[in-house]
Design a protein around this ligand. Structure first.
Ligand code: AGP
Length: 501
């Protein structure tokens, strides 16, 4: 939606402002403006003695001959001015420390310092944090688009997410998590878009691993309907940006209804949703610039799996042997993801065919149904192909009527307990001439045939299989959009952070 970047410094700030605006483009606006104030001429206020913050006065006589080395030193410390932006990404590489303002704060910037007043006009000190985003994080590197870069970053950001994970413990979710987890008897998940799909996936884990009744609601629906609050419910808000207006409002609505136990899973430190919730889990996807969410989704899934395992352990439902096996699987995940990314050439061949269609169906069952939904969302938002996802058992209740030779049907077919049921659903499609594109596991025994294209995933990944199976769908959407020549990173009419209703 909108983005703001500002600076007050002794150097020329115009390049900083223009680069900052360029980096904020991903948020999705269609116009921008720049205003710069300059006062170069010698004036009394520029003359020495030079004051800093009213506490230090510098008097010098004559010319400062080593001004260049002094300037270099001071620039390398980075304290040449103060900047403001609505997104830290705009200033990566120009500022090292940052302060998040609270709702209603008023800030005044000068070259020497800043002052902050709260909504009542009282001076306040806000925490100063280290800026994590670096220039490298916002560069494209060898990739053509940010979405492609972010898909290929998934092994490393997931390795980073699990690096310090040696056991499942409430402390991972904040200091008070143990007390909160002791009280809860159910989970209510609130989210939008891709984050909603990660919530839908988490429901399967929370119910099967932790045995906690879980409901998942689209945030924009929950905030406007009558619901019956259970004070022992953990309200879990999921958001990449941490700024989505509907998710934030839904979380606040839940709190107004009396929900005290709240947890936010977000990817942006200091974001509004993180600040609003009692407990936090910061995902470690790094800056995600492509409007289509990819690595934020898979790192959310890791966080939610860790939550389910932590709650299961807390509730005495996870023995040491199973915990060790789950941790082992998490640590092996980056290697497994690399195996999936190596399938890109086969997926590119499929994308060429899909790019010529205007409609597509996606099928999945069980925990892979939300993955089918996510695959359809990815395809529609960046390639503009109309795509719908169904739980495969629903085919015969309506969508089968759409299946003809013209209808590509993309299917997520892992070798799980529902595989035989899914094979029957695929037969229903074949019988009507539908073109099937199936992502199966190595041992699924689904073989290619006319009208039935199969790509085999390297290995079946048990409970964590959704994290592997979403990756080829991301690649399929990406390469289909490239084949159609759309603006992959900035699809029409979409914004990265939807900060308005
Ligand atoms: C994802 O590809 C979409 N661009 C969109 O659905 C997004 O997931 C949704 O707007 C929620 O955003 P959030 O995770 O930042 O709250």
């Amino acid at each position: 939606m909108c983005g703001i970047v500002g600076a007050i410094a002794q150097r020329n700030v115009t390049p900083v402002l223009l680069e900052g605006l360029r980096r904020l483009e991903y948020r999705g606006y269609d116009s921008c403006g720049v205003a710069v104030l300059q006062d170069g001429e010698p004036l009394t206020r520029n003359a020495h003695p030079i004051f800093s913050s009213g506490e230090i006065a510098l008097v010098h006589n004559g010319i400062i001959e080593n001004h260049e080395s002094l300037r270099e030193t001071l620039s390398a410390l980075g304290r040449d001015g103060n900047y403001l932006a609505s997104d830290t990404m705009a200033l990566a590489g120009n500022a090292e420390h940052f302060i998040y303002l609270e709702e209603g704060d008023l800030v005044s910037l000068s070259r020497e310092g800043i002052s902050i007043a709260d909504r009542d006009g009282n001076p306040v000190a806000r925490e100063i944090r280290e800026l994590e985003a670096t220039k490298a994080a916002v560069g494209l590197g060898p990739y053509r688009h940010y979405m492609q870069k972010e898909i290929f970053e998934q092994p490393s950001v997931i390795a980073d997410s699990t690096e310090h994970l040696v056991r499942f413990a409430p402390a991972l979710f904040g200091a008070h998590a143990n007390a909160v987890f002791a009280e809860i008897d159910s989970v209510l998940i609130l989210a939008c878009g891709t984050s909603y799909h990660s919530g839908m996936t988490a429901k399967y884990w929370l119910e099967s691993i932790s045995r906690l009744p879980t409901s998942v609601e689209i945030a924009s629906e929950y905030r406007y309907r009558d619901s019956v609050p259970n004070p022992r419910t953990l309200v879990l808000a999921i958001s990449q940006s941490g700024e989505t207006a509907d998710t934030l409002a839904a979380l606040k609505h839940a709190q107004v209804l009396g929900h005290r136990h709240t947890l936010a899973v977000c990817n942006v430190a200091g974001s509004a949703i993180l600040r609003q919730a009692a407990l936090h889990f910061l995902t470690r996807a790094g800056a995600e610039i492509g409007v289509a969410s990819t690595k934020a989704f898979t790192t959310q899934l890791v966080a939610l799996f860790v939550l389910a395992a932590t709650l299961a352990k807390r509730r005495g439902m996870l023995d040491a042997h199973r915990e060790a096996a789950m941790l082992g699987q998490l640590h092996h995940l980056p290697a497994a993801l690399n195996g999936v990314l190596a399938l890109a050439p086969q997926i590119i061949a499929w994308a060429g065919s899909l790019a010529r269609k205007e409609n597509a169906l996606f099928l999945g069952r069980g925990i892979h149904y939300p993955i089918a939904l996510e695959g359809a969302l990815k395809l529609k938002e960046i390639s503009y192909i109309h795509a719908e996802a169904y739980a495969a058992g629903e085919l015969k209740h309506g969508p089968l009527a759409l299946v003809t030779e013209q209808m590509p049907v993309v299917t997520v077919a892992p070798n799980d307990a529902l595989l035989e049921k899914l094979k029957s659903n695929l037969q229903e499609v074949r019988a009507r001439g539908g073109e099937l594109y199936v992502f199966s596991d190595a041992d699924s025994k689904i073989r290619s045939a006319p009208g039935l294209h199969v790509i085999r995933m390297p290995e079946h990944y048990g409970l964590l299989s959704p994290i592997l199976h979403v990756v080829p769908l991301q690649l399929l959407a990406y390469h289909t959009a490239c084949a159609r020549g759309t603006d992959v990173d900035k699809p029409r009419d979409l914004a990265k952070s939807v900060t308005v209703e």
